[in-house]
Design a protein around this ligand. Structure first.
Ligand SMILES: Cc1cc2nc3c(=O)[nH]c(=O)nc-3n(C[C@H](O)[C@H](O)[C@H](O)COP(=O)(O)OP(=O)(O)OC[C@H]3O[C@@H](n4cnc5c(N)ncnc54)[C@H](O)[C@@H]3O)c2cc1C
Length: 283
């Protein structure tokens, strides 16, 4: 164990001051479910750690059609989010009770694939993130936050403070496929949201996890769906197109070949849930 100092700021300004004082050497920790095992195994060797759990960043608030999620709100807190059913579903499919009780929504955005199950849902929901630093706050669409494998737009002197999710009424579908039914890493995670205009698809979001360096959108498949009635042919074409832009990888859970196959299968299944007559009720 290398940690010599552990800080527990009681507010965001105090946390930002500590970050400025110690610079990038200060390891930021929210729930610690990713960071702590790395320290215990000697992979990460920080001398100073800052825990965020008392910094007042765990508030949930619903205003003006937006659900505002404090970055350190836990995954368990998402389980009764009736306003955004997909978030509830994503949290339910993430890890175990004990990990959900500690793990945070903000921390999920920093979790490398095949993790990031809640991040995939947030991407399909058009969420934004607020980053705060000494120079003030800035808001980014979540899609612009990720830049590569374990890299993102967060500057060294910034913290992720809030995630904003538009509350919409369209039905959504969320599917996580793993080797077990529960508490399992993803082979692929699929989150889909369809906006309808009368009986035609007006807009579509298809977000994918565990098939790239970070959660990605299947943009070509989204484009193919617009203007269709989400019939069987449109679903089949989108399911095939969804693999474009994926960069599946091989790990102990699945090969890249298998992950690619599962993208098509599960995008197809998720779209079928949302097709007219399928009885989707805003999951
Ligand atoms: C046994 C086990 C099973 C798991 N299963 C899953 C799973 O099924 N699906 C899944 O998606 N994940 C899974 N995870 C990963 C993890 O639990 C979750 O992704 C969780 O949401 C991470 O949040 P955290 O608060 O614990 O992150 P932490 O470990 O606290 O943080 C990770 C890193 O993120 C950064 N960070 C976190 N919050 C902030 C912030 N507010 N501002 C700036 N930087 C920040 C820091 O650099 C930090 O070091 C699992 C983990 C374990 C140990």
């Amino acid at each position: 164990m290398t940690v010599k100092s552990y800080f527990l700021p009681r507010s965001l300004p105090e946390a930002l001051r500590l970050l400025q004082l110690h610079g990038p050497e200060l390891l930021v920790m929210a729930g610690g479910t990713v960071a702590m095992p790395l320290i215990n195994e000697g992979i990460s060797l920080p001398e100073a750690v800052m825990g965020l759990r008392l910094a007042g960043l765990d508030r949930l608030d619903r205003t003006d059609g937006t659900l505002r999620i404090g970055a350190t709100a836990t995954l368990t807190q998402m389980l009764d989010q009736d306003a955004v059913p997909m978030l509830r579903e994503a949290a339910r499919n993430t890890a175990s009770w004990s990990i959900r009780n500690m793990g945070t929504v903000g921390g999920n955005l920093f979790t490398p694939p095949p993790g990031g199950d809640v991040a995939v849902a947030l991407l399909a929901l058009d969420a934004s993130v607020t980053l705060a630093g000494a120079r003030g706050e800035r808001v980014l669409p979540l899609g612009d936050f990720f830049t590569g494998f374990m890299t993102n737009e967060l500057a060294a002197d910034e913290l992720l403070v809030e995630i904003q999710v538009p509350i919409r009424s369209e039905p959504t579908a969320y599917m996580k496929f793993g080797r077990k039914h529960a508490n399992t890493p993803a082979v692929v995670t699929v989150a889909v949201r369809i906006e309808w205009h009368e009986d035609r698809v007006a807009d579509a979001r298809i977000a994918l996890g565990a098939v790239g360096p970070y959660p990605i959108r299947a943009r070509q498949a989204e484009r193919l769906l617009v203007g269709t009635g989400l019939d069987a042919d449109a679903i089949a074409a989108a399911a095939v197109a969804a693999t474009q832009g994926c960069e599946p990888f091989t790990d102990g859970i699945a090969t890249d070949w298998y992950r690619r196959k599962m993208v098509s299968l599960f995008v197809g299944r998720a779209l079928e849930q949302l097709a007219p007559g399928a009885g989707a009720e805003g999951r």
